[in-house]
Design a protein around this ligand. Structure first.
Ligand code: HEM
Length: 196
C-alpha cells in the first residue's frame, strides 16, 4: 500500500528515518558548542559595558574566561573527532558546486574563529594584570604586563567575535533555506534519531 508524505517531510525526498546522521557525540558537541558560543557572545558584550572595578565585572570576566577556555577544549575535541569520524553520507541531498564550496568555506571560517577567538582572549588576558583562572583555578602566567599587546589581542578578539556573529547568522540562514527546500534533511543530520 502506498503511503503519502507531506512535502515538508524527508520521506517525500526518498529518505528513511534512519538516514545518515552525525554520530551522537558529534551531535552533542555541536549543540553544546552552539550554546557556549552564544552564551560567550552575550556575556562578552554585557561585561564590557559594566562599571570598572566592581564585583560584577570580576564575576562576569571570570565566567567568560572559564567558559571560553572550556569552549576551546571542546573545539579541540571536535576537530580531533572530525578528523576521525567523517560527516555522514549526503544521501538525498543535492547541492550545487557553488553551495558545496560556500558551505566548505563558511565551516572552515567557523572553525578558525572557534580556535582563534579563545586564543586571542587568552593572550589579551595574559598580557594584562589579572591571572587567568579556570573556574577558580589560577593558570600559570604565560605573558607579562604589556598594555600594547593586551590592547592588540583585545581588538583582535572583538573583531573575530563579530566575524563569528556574521558566520553564525549565515549558518542559521543556510539551514533555514534547506529547511524550506529539502524538508529539513540538513537539520535532521544534526539531530538525534528518536524511535517512535
Ligand atoms: C569561544 C570563546 C569566546 C567568545 C565567543 C568570546 C566573545 C567575546 C565578546 C563578544 C567580547 C566583547 C567584545 C567587545 O565588543 O569588546 C569579549 C570580550 C572579552 N573576552 Fe572573550 N570570547 C571568548 C573566549 C574568551 C577567552 C578564552 C578569554 C580569556 C581567557 C576571553 C577574554 C575576554 C576579555 C578579557 C574580553 C574583554 C575585552 C575588553 O575588555 O575590551 N574571551 N569576548
Amino acid at each position: 500500500m502506498g503511503r503519502s508524505h507531506s512535502l515538508s517531510s524527508p520521506a517525500a525526498y526518498g529518505l528513511s528515518a534512519a538516514a545518515p546522521r552525525y554520530s551522537l557525540p558529534a551531535i552533542a558537541l555541536h549543540w553544546l558548542m552552539a550554546a557556549l558560543l552564544l552564551a560567550q557572545i552575550a556575556i562578552g558584550l554585557y561585561m564590557v559595558g559594566l562599571p570598572k572595578r566592581t564585583p560584577a565585572v570580576a564575576y562576569y570576566y571570570g565566567l567568560h574566561k572559564s567558559l571560553g577556555l572550556l569552549a576551546f577544549m571542546l573545539v579541540m575535541v571536535r576537530l580531533w573527532w572530525r578528523g576521525r569520524a567523517l560527516a555522514p553520507r549526503g544521501d538525498g541531498l543535492h547541492f550545487s558546486a557553488l553551495q558545496e564550496k560556500a558551505a566548505q568555506v563558511s565551516h572552515r571560517l567557523l572553525y578558525a574563529c572557534m580556535v582563534l577567538i579563545p586564543l586571542a582572549g587568552y593572550l589579551a588576558s595574559s598580557f594584562g594584570k589579572h591571572p587567568v583562572r579556570f573556574f577558580g583555578y589560577a593558570l600559570p602566567q604565560t605573558g607579562w604586563e604589556n598594555p600594547l599587546l593586551q590592547a592588540f589581542f583585545r581588538q583582535f578578539h572583538a573583531a573575530l567575535a563579530w566575524l563569528l556573529c556574521a558566520l553564525i547568522a549565515v549558518h542559521v540562514l543556510a539551514v533555514a533555506r534547506h529547511l524550506l527546500t529539502s524538508g529539513g534533511l540538513v537539520l535532521r543530520r544534526m539531530l538525534p534519531h528518536i524511535e517512535r
